[in-house]
Write a protein that binds this ligand. Structure first.
Ligand code: FMN
Length: 352
C-alpha cells in the first residue's frame, strides 16, 4: 500500500511535490459542525512558512490555503475536506546541476532505488514542502480538539548543541526559535550564524506537550497512543528519534525513581509522559523529538552520480540551516492528528 494516508477515523491523505503545481490534503472523517474557515488554517500555516527565522530557507512561499470542499457557512459538513496550497516560488534551475547526483543524507538515492524515477526538483515528495499538507490538516484537527479544551504546544529545547534550561512556555512565541528559554535562544542565534557562515547545518530537539487529554485514549495492543505518536513523528523528514516521558533516561533509573506515585489528587510526578500501557492517563502527554542536521550543505562531500561514478557535491540552492524552528509546528500537527483520531476511536468504543 502506498503510504500517503494517515489515521483511522480522522484520516488524511496528502499529495504534492516541492516544485509541482502545489501540495494539499484530503481529510475524510472529520465530524460535522466544527467551526472552520481559511483564516483558522492560515494562522497555523504561517508558523511553518519559510523566512520566519535566520535558520530558514530564503524560498518565499505565501502558503495561501484554499478550501476546495467540505466546509459550508463556516462549519465542516462531515464530507471530505480538501485543502490546496499552490507552489509560487519554486526555482527548479537551482536543482538542475544535481539532477544526476545523490545528496548525502537526503532521499535522492532511496527514492530512485524504490521508484526507478525521481522528481529531483527541490527534493520532490521527500521535501519538507509536503509538511504544508500535514499542517493544514492539523489546523482542522485542532479546531475539532479545541472544542474539547485540548491544547498541543511544541517548542525547541536544543539547537546545535545549545540546550534550554528554563521552560517558560510564555516565551515560545517571543523568539524566532520557539525556545522557552530566552538566554538559550540568544546562544542558538549565535550558533546558527556561525554554522551558516561555515556552509554547514545543525539539528536539535523539540518537545511537544499535549494538555487536557482525558484518560482512556489509545488502542492496545498495536495502536497504543505512544506507538501512534512515535509513528506520526517519525514520519516527518529529518526526525531520527522519539521519546515519551522519561524516554531513554528511564533505562538508567530505579523503578522507585521512575514510577509515578498515585494519590487521590492524581499522579505525583509525570515520568510516564501521560501514557501507561499505551493508554492516556489524564496527565500531560510529553514527547521529545530528535531532529538531524539538514542534509543539503554547502560543504563538499563525496557522492556518486546515477551511473555510480565517484564525484563530490556541495548544494548551493535555498536550504534551511536547521529544520528547527519550522519543524515545531509540524510536530505539533502530527500530535494533533493522532489525538483527533484517538478521540474519535475512543468515542466509537465507549459512550461516555
Ligand atoms: C521543516 C523541515 C525543513 C527541512 N528543510 C530542508 C532543507 O532546506 N534542505 C534539505 O536538504 N532538507 C530539509 N529537510 C530535511 C529533509 O526533508 C529530510 O532530511 C529528507 O527528506 C530525508 O529524510 P530523513 O532525514 O528522514 O532520512 C527539512 C525537514 C523539515 C521537517
Amino acid at each position: 500500500m502506498p503510504g500517503n494516508t494517515f489515521g483511522t477515523l480522522f484520516r488524511i491523505t496528502t499529495w504534492g511535490e516541492s516544485h509541482g503545481m502545489g501540495v494539499g490534503v484530503v481529510i475524510d472523517g472529520c465530524p460535522s459542525k466544527v467551526p472552520l474557515d481559511e483564516s483558522i488554517i492560515q494562522a497555523m500555516m504561517n508558523r511553518r512558512k519559510p523566512g520566519t527565522s535566520i535558520a530558514s530557507t530564503a524560498r518565499k512561499e505565501p502558503d495561501q490555503v484554499v478550501i476546495m470542499s467540505g466546509v459550508f457557512e463556516g462549519m465542516t459538513t462531515g464530507t471530505p475536506i480538501m485543502i490546496m496550497v499552490y507552489n509560487k516560488d519554486a526555482d527548479s534551475k537551482a536543482y538542475a546541476p544535481y539532477a544526476n547526483l545523490f545528496r548525502p543524507g537526503h532521499g535522492d538515492i532511496t527514492y530512485l532505488a524504490k521508484y526507478g524515477i525521481r522528481d529531483w526538483r527541490g527534493g520532490g515528495r521527500a521535501s519538507a514542502r509536503e509538511t504544508v499538507a500535514r499542517v493544514a490538516a492539523a489546523a482542522v484537527a485542532k479546531a475539532f480538539l479545541d472544542k474539547k479544551d485540548i491544547e498541543v504546544l511544541s517548542y525547541t529545547i536544543e539547537l546545535g548543541g545549545v540546550s534550554a534550561e528554563a521552560r517558560d512556555l510564555n516565551l515560545i512565541a517571543k523568539n524566532m526559535f520557539c525556545c522557552p528559554d530566552m538566554e538559550a535562544a540568544k546562544e542558538m542565534e549565535k550558533r546558527v550564524v556561525e554554522v551558516k557562515k561555515m556552509g554547514d547545518s545543525i539539528g536539535g530537539i523539540v518537545e511537544v506537550l499535549a494538555r487536557g487529554v482525558p484518560p482512556g485514549w489509545g488502542d492496545p495492543v498495536f495502536d497504543k497512543i505512544d506507538a501512534d505518536l512515535a509513528k506520526a513523528l517519525m514520519s516527518i523528514g529529518a526526525v531520527k528519534g522519539v521519546e515519551i516521558g522519561s524516554g531513554f533516561k528511564a533505562a538508567g533509573k530505579l523503578g522507585s525513581e521512575n514510577n509515578d506515585a498515585i494519590t487521590p489528587q492524581g499522579f505525583s510526578s509525570n515520568h510516564a509522559g501521560g501514557v501507561l500501557a499505551g493508554i492516556s492517563n489524564g496527565d500531560d502527554i510529553v514527547v521529545r523529538v530528535a531532529v538531524k542536521p539538514i542534509p543539503s550543505i554547502r560543504i563538499d562531500q563525496n557522492t556518486i552520480d546515477t551511473s555510480k561514478r565517484s564525484t563530490t557535491i556541495s548544494t548551493k540552492g535555498r536550504h534551511d540551516v536547521s529544520a528547527i524552528p519550522r519543524i515545531n509546528v509540524v510536530c505539533e500537527a502530527m500530535v494533533s492528528l493522532v489525538l483527533a483520531d484517538h478521540k474519535m476511536r475512543q468515542a466509537a468504543i465507549r459512550d461516555q
